[in-house]
Design a protein around this ligand. Structure first.
Ligand SMILES: Nc1nc2c(c(=O)[nH]1)N[C@H]1C(S)=C(S)[C@@H](COP(=O)(O)OP(=O)(O)OC[C@H]3O[C@@H](n4cnc5c(N)ncnc54)[C@H](O)[C@@H]3O)O[C@H]1N2
Ligand code: MOO
Length: 399
């Protein structure tokens, strides 16, 4: 058995972000920029009115009230063509270009319109209600640096900067193989000896949320040829990551090792000091990384949280790859751990600080408690017994 952090390091070792590709804005959300993105225009491109009112020369209204002749109109997208002559105003609307030689906008609420003229009742400081050219950004300014994970707001900014596509790292392609004679797809009519495969639906959801492209290769019976065939199919798809579930342990039906080797996967470690999740297999075949996840669905989950999702994030170009560990206090006493680190499912409360309480039942087959959990309490190997109230570390379980 190897230690948890050693195993995490080996899985991530040498991972390079996948190559860049242009993604339309609508498909770029949550993905990671592969290059700096600069503005392709100056925004605003001209001085723009921030209000509906009149564009004036400040000198003409400094001693308001003032009566000015209205020379024309500037509307958004339809600028007034001329210059503003002394003693004149131009009717202007929000978003419209301020005419040449106008330097101030007065709001219409402070004016009285007359036929062909306007009375400006109050003086305003020069430059009032004008958004200067380049207020937001200027052409060439880099506002979205390489490595940034794009938020929805970033997508809006990229559009404003006049980009229709963005250079992002390719999505990691992840193939899923679920092994086990006892498995049936959700919605099946089942014999008592069967179980519904829950791990692939969980993995597909978790991976999709992380931006991976998931290819579910379905259920594979406990036969070597069928398992080898599925591994080959994943390889032919060009998967960056192959995940198998089940068959990772020592039973005679646990064919995953043999199948991986038969298809040329170079096996790395097998078995890690983690509960649940011990029989994790790691291997590589050229650029494809393979994780043979233990069959118990909560063990699958734990290994996904600690290994699979970090790997996928690294391939996607992210730098924040490991789950965030936070301090909390225990809401229950916990016994000493043995040589395996533990990921205990539990609830989280806030009494001014975070209080994490482990469920009394921690069986790695129980999906009901996994779904009910707010957090995992992370315990190191060979940790002493801990009393309620003692400090602990947790990983919050989100989506
Ligand atoms: N003699 C030993 N037995 C076991 C050991 C061991 O070290 N020595 N390790 C135990 C641990 S820890 C785990 S974890 C499991 C993992 O074994 P496998 O990876 O070989 O998993 P299976 O035996 O195929 O299945 C275990 C369990 O999980 C259910 N399962 C499998 N796939 C799915 C799925 N897609 N969805 C839902 N449930 C699934 C399966 O029906 C079994 O009940 O081995 C222990 N045994
Ligand atoms: O470690 Mo197994 O992964 O506990 O059920």
């Amino acid at each position: 058995m190897i230690a948890l952090d050693d195993a995490q390091r080996r899985v991530i070792e040498g991972v390079r972000p996948l190559p860049a590709e242009p993604a339309p804005l609508a498909a770029a959300h949550g993905r990671v920029l592969a290059a700096d993105v600069g503005a392709r225009r100056t925004q605003p491109g001209a001085d723009i009115s921030a209000m509906d009112g009149y564009a004036v020369r400040h000198a003409d209204i400094a001693a308001a009230p003032a009566r000015l002749a209205v020379a024309g109109t500037s509307a958004a997208g339809r600028p007034y063509p001329g210059r503003l002559e002394p003693g004149h105003a131009v009717r202007i609307f929000t978003g419209a270009t301020v005419p040449h030689d106008a330097d101030t906008v007065v709001m219409q609420e402070g004016c009285t319109a007359e036929p062909g003229a306007v009375v400006v009742h109050h003086a305003a400081p020069p430059g009032r209600h004008i958004r200067r050219r380049g207020l937001d950004f200027v052409e060439g300014e880099v506002l979205l640096p390489a490595g940034r994970r794009l938020t929805a707001r970033d997508i809006g900014l990229a559009a404003a900067m006049n980009h229709a596509t963005l250079p992002v790292h390719r999505r990691p392609k992840v193939a899923l193989i679920s092994t086990g004679d006892e498995l049936a797809p959700p919605g099946s009519v089942l014999a008592e000896s069967q179980i519904v495969s829950s791990s692939a639906p969980y993995l597909a959801a978790a991976l999709t949320a992380e931006g991976a492209e998931v290819a579910d290769l379905g259920l594979v019976p406990d036969r070597l040829e069928a398992t080898v065939e599925a591994v080959r199919a994943a390889r032919m798809l060009g998967a960056d990551v192959l995940l198998t579930t089940g068959g990772a342990s020592v039973g005679e039906h646990d064919l995953v090792h043999r199948a991986l080797e038969a298809d040329g996967v170079e096996l790395g470690f097998w078995r890690i000091a983690l509960r649940p999740g011990r029989p994790l297999i790691f291997g590589r075949r050229a650029a494809m990384r393979v994780l043979g996840l233990p069959g118990n669905p909560v063990s699958t989950f734990t290994c996904a949280l600690l290994f699979v999702l970090p790997l996928v994030r690294a391939l996607a170009g992210r730098s924040d790859i490991l789950p965030q560990v936070e301090p909390a206090r225990l809401g229950c006493a916990l016994p000493a751990t043995d040589q395996r680190a533990e990921m205990l499912r539990g609830t989280l409360a806030d009494d001014g600080g975070l209080v994490a309480t482990a469920f009394a039942e921690q069986d790695s087959s129980m999906m009901s408690l996994l779904a009910a959990a707010d957090c995992c309490i992370v315990r190191e190997a060979f940790a002493p017994a801990a009393a309620a109230g003692a400090p602990c570390r947790i990983i919050r379980l989100g989506l």
